[in-house]
Write a protein that binds this ligand. Structure first.
Ligand code: TYR
Length: 188
């Protein structure tokens, strides 16, 4: 289990892993309901959503079976190998951040606001991190980390936004601290 890698929900939709925690991983809430089953990047049986909140929030967590081992890393895609996650210290507005996701890989930008509210067709989500980082469908749930690859700190999981990775976009992220405290999880 590695941040940014693909997983599949109920054998259909693809999302991305956010961050490994003890017993599984955190991801976006809109990716699955409590009880939704997941398969890994290789389509092997993986786990089950234990918690999910969307809209209002956009977070959830998946417990994985013993064939899967949560690792404290994020997939660096074309930018190189795995990026070690060193902690979850919150970065300020203007900080350089990068996102890992299974559709478009590794993309970077800046935090432009905290505590942002977005209105999706399903309803409003508040308390989000707004960024200049691009994303596309399937990147959802994936990891946002501070940009220093040697000292990357977990920031959030990909929620949604506008634009794409050709023209650029605005993407919103659910802060990771709130997910960990809500479900009493520990980042690996
Ligand atoms: N919400 C999308 C998903 O479920 C991810 C996404 C993010 C899509 C930003 C578009 C966008 O601009 O996969």
């Amino acid at each position: 289990v590695r941040g940014g890698d693909a997983y599949y929900i109920d054998n259909r939709t693809r999302c991305s892993i956010g961050f490994s925690v003890q017993g599984g991983f955190v991801t976006a809430g809109h990716c699955g309901r409590v009880g939704s089953t997941t398969a890994g990047y290789n389509r092997a049986t993986q786990g089950t959503f234990q918690g999910s909140s969307f809209p209002g929030n956009d977070y959830g967590w998946v417990r994985v079976n013993s064939n899967w081992t949560p690792q404290p890393v994020v997939n660096g895609y074309r930018s190189g190998g795995n990026v070690q996650v060193r902690g979850a210290t919150e970065a300020p507005v203007n900080a350089s951040v990068c996102r890992s996701g299974s559709t478009t890989g590794w993309h970077c930008g800046r935090i432009t606001a905290r505590n942002a509210t977005v209105t999706y067709p399903q309803g409003r989500v508040s308390g989000l991190i707004r960024t200049t980082v691009c994303a596309e469908p399937g990147d959802s749930g994936g990891s946002l980390v501070t940009a220093d690859r040697n000292n990357a700190h977990a920031q959030g999981v990909t929620s949604g936004g506008s634009g794409n990775c050709r023209s650029g976009g605005t993407t919103y992220f659910q802060p990771v601290g709130e997910i960990l405290s809500r479900y009493n999880l520990r980042l690996l």
